[in-house]
Write a protein of this length. Structure first.
Ligand SMILES: *[C@@H]1O[C@H](CO)[C@@H](O)[C@H](O)[C@H]1NC(C)=O
Ligand SMILES: *[C@@H]1O[C@H](CO)[C@@H](O)[C@H](O)[C@H]1NC(C)=O
Ligand SMILES: *[C@@H]1O[C@H](CO)[C@@H](O)[C@H](O)[C@H]1NC(C)=O
Length: 274
């Protein structure tokens, strides 16, 4: 396995070779230099860095393992509502053992590692904290969409457990999903970056559009691969794409890197569908 930064560099490259993608910088050498010099473990402690085992150095997930746990812990404290029933419903998928694969925070923090520039420790530290906020917000939006999805599909299981609808009924499940969206957007507003809020709003709009495309599908559309890909993109990939771009925006990256961060996920989408 490749270190996280290299893994993502590979994904970014693959995205950039897709026909719709903008061209890579002409000088590929400088791109290589940019990513390898900007890839580093997010520990300012040289001795603990030196103590990373060879296996950890090769495992991208080891680079961000602690931060993903920190995001998970913070999420539990962020979904506390005034009404206890709402707190337990909204926290249902954040409790220990119910977190799932935590794909959103993992992908986003790896993206952040891949494109972070170490300008100065203080600045880097500040944007790293903000990257973690984007990971939390994205996970809340994702969980909210799963909860609403299960109400719409009348699903009785999710992540190997009873669905929230099954456990608390659909009214509380709908409200818990709404509450998570509200928490996500109040956290997004506190990032004080309107472009990031707008990207996240686009992602939620896409989720709803994808859901409606699925609900209102005609027999002709059912046979259309384009329709299927568009619907699947809205329902599953658009959130990560927009959040990856938000990470690049927060890092102060150029428009070109922002576009690549957005598109790396179209590669993920293609590979999921093959
Ligand atoms: C660095 O990490 C080592 C081992 O975890 C620890 O003993 C040491 O106190 C740390 N140094 C700093 C400056 O945090
Ligand atoms: C930023 O630095 C402070 C003080 O060194 C530390 O307590 C904090 O955990 C760091 N934040 C991140 C996200 O690394
Ligand atoms: C969802 O909740 C409603 C009650 O609000 C219930 O009638 C329905 O059976 C539940 N669906 C599932 C799949 O558990």
């Amino acid at each position: 396995m490749l270190p996280g930064c290299l893994l993502l560099t590979g994904l970014l490259r693959s995205a950039s070779t897709a026909s719709s993608a903008p061209r890579m910088p002409k000088n590929m050498g400088s791109w290589d230099k940019f990513t390898s010099s900007s890839c580093y473990s997010h520990s300012n402690n040289a001795s603990s860095k030196a103590r990373l085992t060879a296996k950890e150095q090769l495992d991208p997930l080891a680079l961000i393992k602690d931060e993903v746990s920190e995001v998970t812990d913070r999420l539990r404290s962020m979904v506390v509502a005034e009404v206890p029933e709402l707190t337990s419903a909204a926290g249902y998928f954040f409790s220990a053992g119910a977190e799932g694969k935590r794909t959103c925070p993992t992908v986003l923090l790896l993206m952040a590692s891949a494109i972070s520039m170490k300008i100065s420790d203080g600045l880097e530290n500040r944007s790293r904290a903000r990257h973690m906020r984007v990971a939390e917000i994205t996970e809340m939006i994702h969980i909210s969409s799963l909860i609403h999805d299960d109400v719409l599909d009348d699903a009785d299981t999710r992540r190997g457990m009873d669905s929230l609808n099954f456990t608390v009924g659909k009214k509380l499940a709908v409200l818990a999903g709404d509450f998570l969206l509200f928490r996500a957007f109040s956290a997004a507003v506190s990032l004080d970056n309107t472009e990031v809020v707008s990207l996240l709003a686009t992602a939620v709009n896409n989720l709803v559009t994808g859901e409606l495309m699925q609900m209102s599908i005609t027999p002709a559309q059912r046979c259309s691969m384009d329709y299927y890909l568009q619907k699947t993109y809205y329902k599953t990939a658009a959130l990560i794409s927009n959040s990856c771009k938000a990470i690049a925006v927060i890092t102060g990256q150029t428009a070109e890197i922002q576009a690549l961060a957005y598109q790396h996920n179209s590669f993920t989408r293609q590979s999921l569908l093959v």
